[in-house]
Design a protein around this ligand. Structure first.
Ligand SMILES: [Fe+2]
Length: 405
């Protein structure tokens, strides 16, 4: 009987320890943080997608404003809007990846935004308990403008996870007038896990530009490799949910194509998991439809991006020459920008082959294209931002694209 108070005391102390020390410690741990991003995707004259990541499961929103009264933040002059993402009636929640689209934006307008995530400590059917909230820095972007008659864009290729080299390239860029950046394939050498994306190029890109200037992630052959390759599209979700698409900014009509793997589908290295022959043919059929579109025909410039260039001995290059080049020729494309070869190529139009100029960058090159009302100025730059080559492509506006036969 003497021991009874002690017998009661031990469970009491244990419960006290659980409730006051252990459970709060486990539930809070490290504070809620934004770990990667935010970065902009699919910017257009009307929309943008903002993506970021947190270290804990959260529910998220974006606050944004056209910014007539930026100085009155956080009220933003009463013009502040909030966006969340919901599907099938449910607001996206309990995730460490946050993807929110801002819609019904105005063309050519400056917007400011900040991302907000609220931790979900417990997610039970009848009890959701929220934790801390984290608020990102205020960033700014400008929506695309169909009436804009000049701007610049930047392209890099074959980064191959070398984020230090990418950082040097990005530091050398003069960002004035740059409205978008293209990663033209093999930015990553393979995909085994999510962190390959962050460490390979994304964190450096966010640090340098990607919270305020959109990038377009074009798939190269290396990004088709690895157990995580099938998840890649969820990190850079294109508007049409596929890696090939078009968009327009100012006088330029952009065509993004996905050149796939470099070897035949039955090559043993793909272990029976490649299906790119049909995929390239599917894109050829799509390309025929694109060049019939009025907005394509009416564009002052037509620029195509694809990772593997035409006219080389590589298997898929020959397929691209056979399947895509005839339609790029008929469509009066001005310029194709490629990578893959790890060496510099500039190929001017050649009768009976390519009616368009195509350029291929080395791993150390970046391309800066200055779009002017009557010409494209192509600049090939080295790691230090010094110009290695420059040339002009006058508009072919007077040349109406041929109707495909
Ligand atoms: Fe490649």
């Amino acid at each position: 009987m003497k021991n009874k108070p002690r017998q009661l005391l031990i469970p009491f102390l244990f419960i006290f320890f659980l409730s006051t020390v252990l459970i709060p410690a486990l539930s809070q741990g490290k504070n809620l943080e934004i770990t990667h991003g935010p970065y902009l995707q699919n910017l257009s004259s009307e929309e943008v997608t903002i993506i970021w990541f947190t270290n804990k499961k959260s529910v998220s929103s974006v606050e944004y404003s056209t910014g007539e009264n930026f100085n009155t933040f956080p009220q933003w002059g009463g013009l502040l809007q909030t966006a969340q993402s919901s599907r099938h009636g449910l607001i996206d929640a309990n995730s460490e990846r946050h993807i929110i689209q801002l819609r019904e934006l105005t063309a050519g307008k400056t917007y400011r935004y900040r991302v907000i995530s609220k931790e979900i400590l417990q997610f039970e059917p009848y009890e959701v308990i929220y934790g801390n909230t984290v608020v990102g820095d205020i960033n700014e972007f400008i929506t695309f403008d169909p009436d804009k008659d000049q701007f610049s864009f930047q392209a890099v290729q074959d980064i191959h996870d070398d984020s230090e080299r990418l950082d040097s390239l990005l530091q050398s860029i003069s960002w004035d007038q740059v409205d978008m950046v293209f990663f033209n394939g093999d930015t990553l050498s393979h995909l085994n896990e999510e962190n390959d994306i962050f460490s390979g190029f994304l964190d450096v890109s966010v640090k340098r530009f990607a919270s305020r200037i959109p990038f377009f992630f074009i798939r190269g052959n290396h990004e088709t490799r690895g157990s995580f390759a099938r998840e890649l599209i969820d990190y850079f979700p294109p508007r049409d949910s596929r890696y090939y698409y078009t968009f327009k900014h100012g006088p330029v009509f952009f065509i993004i194509l996905d050149s796939g793997e470099d070897k035949p589908d039955d090559s043993p290295v793909y272990a029976g998991l490649a299906d790119f022959d049909l995929y390239r043919e599917e894109q050829a059929k799509w390309l025929q439809e694109v060049i019939l579109r009025e907005d394509f025909k009416n564009a002052a410039f037509r620029v195509a991006f694809f990772h593997i260039p035409p006219f080389s001995k590589i298997y898929s290059s020959q397929e691209i020459t056979r399947l895509w080049v005839p339609w790029l020729n008929k469509g009066k494309v001005d310029l194709a920008i490629c990578g893959h070869l790890h060496r510099r190529v500039r190929q001017d139009p050649e009768s009976g082959k390519n009616d368009f100029t195509y350029i291929v960058g080395s791993r150390e090159d970046s391309f800066r294209i200055d779009v002017k009302p009557d010409h494209l100025k192509v600049n090939i730059l080295n790691l230090k931002g010094e110009t290695l080559d420059t040339f002009l492509l006058p508009t072919k506006k007077a040349e109406v694209p041929e109707t495909p036969q």
